[in-house]
Write a protein that binds this ligand. Sequence first.
Ligand SMILES: Cc1cc2nc3c(=O)[nH]c(=O)nc-3n(C[C@H](O)[C@H](O)[C@H](O)COP(=O)(O)OP(=O)(O)OC[C@H]3O[C@@H](n4cnc5c(N)ncnc54)[C@H](O)[C@@H]3O)c2cc1C
Length: 438
Amino acid sequence: MSNILDLAGIGAGPFNLAVAALMWDKSLTHRFFEAKAEFSWHPGLMLPGAMMQTSYLKDLVTPVDPTNPCSFLAYLVEKQRFYDFLNAEQRTVSRREFADYLGWAAKRLDSVEMGSRVQSVVDKGSYFELDIHGPKGQELVKAKNICVAGGKKPHIPEFCRPQLSGSCFHALEIALRNPDVHGKRVAVIGGGQTGAEVVINLLNKQWGKPEQVTWVSRRSNYLPLDETPFTNDWFTPAYVDVFRQLSQPRKEQVVAEQKLASDGISPDTLKELYQLFYRLVHLEGDRDRMVLMPNREMVDISNYGAYRIQLQNHLLGGADGQEWLDADIVILCTGLSEALPPCIAPLQDRIVRDEEGRLLLNDAFSAQLKGDDSDRRLYFLGTGRFSHGIAEPQLSLSAWRAARVVNDLHRETVYNNQQPNHYMNWITPKKAKEAAVA
Ligand SMILES: Cc1cc2nc3c(=O)[nH]c(=O)nc-3n(C[C@H](O)[C@H](O)[C@H](O)COP(=O)(O)OP(=O)(O)OC[C@H]3O[C@@H](n4cnc5c(N)ncnc54)[C@H](O)[C@@H]3O)c2cc1C
């Protein structure tokens, strides 16, 4: 037996867990390495009341392999809560329950090795060599193909970096930091779902009773996530295949136009917020506790004992739009950026990229190494927003994407993941256009 694995996975968040779950029959040799000792899913944002923005049926496997032992329904049955779950009539589940499901799946999959950090990946010509630091010490693992799903990193505006501290930090850490906000002026920067969840928890005194909470949003208002049926068609396999046919400049424009389909605040959260403000102002007479500042972009921040945040009000524009805000605590809800894990550094310069320096991924999410004519695969999951569309960083298509990877590894259709769209005529096929002209 060869000691070269068919696949090594870097990271065991939901994207690679989906691949591991679809490889459960073990016809190809594989191991998935996860740096964390215990499974957790964005633990720093596991805030009370946080709900999923995606249906539980879009789990690790169901859309392509509904009878797979790692489905959300299998989890409910094993936990003996199937009927309770149905009777609760939830459209979506809490992030807490979904994280528990993911952890349950990770435990079921013996290919997932927790506490195993991939330190580096080196190209050895016909295979990759991974330097693993795990519970049993260091190990060099050989793999013909690798699948990288190491997650994203917090986005922090460059001018803000010098101010990072225990009182100015990214929201991704808030539940782990447990900041004491009692009697403090707190500025929440960012008008997306995370900003909304942080504001709700601040006003519910999760970390003490703040003197004042100011919520700054660059957007023109606190805008909803569009989760209506036709918008959801952008999160389907059929749409990804259409998106793949667009020119790169068109892809960039389309991704920008579709922003609120993935980045807005869920309507239920907006309603909860508005009702919370109503209660504060009209029933509790606490008019000054909350200040809403839409249309403002944070453009600078300094510290003179407290933070002074410079804002640009885009409603006014120009010099008239310059404003300042003072705060004792600044919570950055400024999103996440795509990132490759540092272990990939030895390969970085050899990965073929587009003119913007982005990974050039094929339909099966695989990138090419310059000068490599082997048939190895180097898959990247969750980094292809500009090559595969807005669904790429989301859970919606994780099972379908994993099936593409597994089919590509096998060089055959192990999972039939054809899910055509039966209504939307996104583009007229080339043949039909030619026939019309002839
Ligand atoms: C708070 C929050 C809520 C979200 N909710 C939703 C939602 O409701 N619906 C939706 O569609 N999307 C949601 N998303 C977006 C997206 O689905 C998640 O970010 C998802 O976790 C991405 O999966 P991933 O596997 O790529 O990355 P991650 O979940 O970040 O997992 C990556 C894993 O790789 C490991 N790793 C990194 N480097 C190494 C290494 N060198 N060696 C070993 N392991 C390594 C990390 O420890 C980590 O566990 C949410 C994102 C956030 C931040």
